[in-house]
Design a protein around this ligand. Structure first.
Ligand code: FAD
Length: 238
């Protein structure tokens, strides 16, 4: 365990210097790293999580991606599943980890960047006790890591179990009785469906799940005539 004194001594040392620091090792950070590596540039990817893919691994148990596998691959490595399959969060996480290994991307896990400042024409990146000086910083942290809970949530009866989707893992966390899901986007729809691959009212194509916005967008763009939501709909006027 590092003592405060050790930490202060280490902060006094010259910080490591590198051409580019990428903050965040999700899809954006990894693919940016792929292209930098292709050009032989020197860089490092810092991520808070210990393992590449943990941002996906830590989501709820039943989570299936809303994009079919053919859209999930990063540059240079297709997603290893049937094109139309809706994979689960762990498959996505393992793919990202395998990607970072195969592309030999320099990811440093367990590094939460807590400060970024400009020092002349370079940048100082601090993560815990570590400091790095960089010519370029690419912020690829996304904003979906930070949960937002509406202020009125604190006014609700304390007897009601309230969870943000970031904390939700499985129905075992809920009290008995009906459940209100606030938010009918992909997270809300996926939690409601609970991981079922093939809802009963669909037209039999395995893995296609209804009613989420990107599903509709994907189907509409590719095979509008096959989706019941668009059957009989006339082509929009241009
Ligand atoms: C529930 C859910 C389901 C989704 N399903 C799909 C889907 O089916 N298909 C699809 O295309 N998209 C889906 N998305 C969206 C997709 O996850 C994002 O578009 C994508 O992950 C964005 O990639 P990113 O690299 O920008 O961010 P992220 O994947 O969020 O990666 C950001 C990384 O930054 C790291 N980080 C954050 N702060 C710091 C810090 N201070 N220091 C160091 N590291 C930090 C995090 O640990 C994380 O690994 C879904 C999102 C959610 C929340």
């Amino acid at each position: 365990m590092e003592t405060e004194r050790n930490l202060l001594e280490r902060l006094d040392e010259d910080p490591e210097s590198i051409e580019t620091v990428i903050i965040g090792g999700g899809q954006a950070g990894l693919s940016t790293g792929y292209y930098l590596a292709e050009q032989g540039r020197s860089f490092v990817i810092l991520d808070s999580h210990e393992r590449v893919g943990d941002a996906w691994r830590k989501r709820w148990d039943s989570l299936l991606l809303f994009t079919p596998a053919r859209f999930n691959g990063l540059p240079g490595m297709p997603f290893p599943a049937a094109r139309d399959k809706f994979v689960n969060k762990d498959e996505m996480a393992d793919y990202l980890e395998a990607y970072a290994q195969r592309m030999e991307l320099p990811v440093r896990g367990g590094m939460t960047v807590d400060r970024l400042s400009q020092q002349g024409d370079r940048f100082l990146v601090s993560a815990g006790g570590w400091r790095l000086v960089a010519d370029n910083v690419i912020v690829a942290m996304s904003n979906c890591q930070v949960p937002w809970v509406p202020p009125f949530a604190t006014d609700l009866d304390p007897g009601i179990a309230q969870l943000h989707s970031k904390e939700y893992k499985s129905p075992s966390q809920l009290h008995g009785g009906p459940v209100l899901i606030v938010g009918a986007g992909n997270s809300g729809a996926d939690i409601a469906i609970g991981g079922r691959q093939e809802p009963p009212d669909m037209d039999g194509r395995q893995g296609v799940r209804p009613h989420t916005v990107p599903d509709r967008a994907v189907v509409r763009a590719e095979r509008p005539h096959q989706h019941r939501a668009f059957r009989g709909a006339s082509r929009p006027e241009r």
